[in-house]
Design a protein around this ligand. Sequence first.
Ligand code: NAD
Length: 479
Amino acid sequence: MTVTTEYLSDLFIDGEWRAGSAGTTFPVTDPATGETIAQFAIATEADCDAAVAAAEAAFPAWAATAPRVRSEILRAAFDILTAEKEHFAEIMVRENGKSWPDAIAEAGYATEFFRWFAEEAVRIPGDFRLSPGGDKRIVVTRQPIGVSLLITPWNFPAAMATRKLAPALAAGCTTILKPARETPLTAAYVVDVLRRAGVPKGVVNLVTPVPTGPAIAKMMHHPAVRKMSFTGSTEVGRILLHEAADSVVSTSMELGGNAPFLVLPGADLDDAVAGAMVAKMRNGGSACTAANRFYVHASVHDEFVAKLTAELQKVKNGSGLDRENTLGALVSLEERDKVAELVETAVAEGATVALGGTKSTSGAFYPATMLTGVEHGSTINQTEIFGPVTAVVKVDDVDEMVRMANDTIYGLIGYVFGEESLALRTALRIDAGMVGVNKGVLSDPAAPFGGTKQSGLGREGSSEGILEYLEEKYIGMAP
Ligand code: NAD
């Protein structure tokens, strides 16, 4: 296949691609080969100030633009991305290390947010009623909140950006996107698609400050910035919540997960294994939704482990440029080493390696790995693995499985496999924003995505997603 070698690698401010004002760059690396594939512009403080100024200046006109016009621009972005799906996926393969099936799946998922929010832009709800005392008419309208700072992680470089950009733009907000340092090329491409779709200047801006923290803090203290939507780790999320407090900035937080995957007695094990393969292996395990803690009932444990191990053995690990590979590289050598260290610690804490468990010597690869005999509360059980490692805990009792599943500071997602009525009753007991019942992937632009506890605040996607960028205004009128 022909591989792109030219990438957009500048900042996008006030409708223009431009180098950073200091002329400095950082390298973007293909983690499968270690090759530097681009040098991306570093945004200085002055560049970030310019992005905020552009978004502030563009806000009144964009907020006043007819919802139908905003909708049609988003729909045009959907059409462009659909037509360029392979190119879109290829950028992700190169800078993130994804396998081709994961990249093409993300391209499709990311693109759908533009179609979904094109449809939501023209359905922003309001309300009109008479007060119970009959002394006023209560008019409730929703207005765009203002300049929105959107901060995204590297693991889904496209979908995490479109899941924020699409509702923000649909609502009438102007935006500043700050992608992860590992994956700015996908973000730059998406921003350019929006430019080509007709987004006016200043409405979408892209900055990549290095270091990130002080620049983001400064932007969040700017009075025009009224919204910050963050997807990333709980650790950074906590820092940003503190920052947001100073100017009382509205926040949406999509943070870390530690998803339990329960296999109940009587579960159909072929379904459970198929569900486990996607819940664990989608995106090579580098997903906030990845099944992290397998709690398998003793009555089905051995058969489930044998069947899942047999499936994991079929996984082909290698560069996403070879479309036959089903497991790509991790995003960096550091991530590979983090996963390897977690497995070593698990073994030191009593787990057994039934498959895999040895990191590559070249490229950021880690093989599909099966660990059995893992203890609830052990290090690997309490850490977001973010790699292709299945860690199985054997449990004797369903109540105990539920207790263990909820014994975490996270509450993003859980999975329950079993006979439908027991699985549903068990799902209702899992403290998480999302639970899959006999289903290994839940992400859907039409469904509310988000977590409880320290996995986040607010929801993305669905009809709730646009509300995160709107503020209610009550107008009381004489009757
Ligand atoms: P991260 O928290 O390290 O970084 C996320 C983003 O925050 C990046 O753009 C990074 O540059 C920026 N950042 C880092 N320090 C910052 C600071 N002090 N101030 C402002 N911004 C800062 O996360 P990551 O390693 O890129 O992504 C992996 C994490 O993201 C995992 O914990 C995963 O669970 C989580 N995640 C959550 C969801 C969700 O929807 N809940 C989705 C995907 C990933």
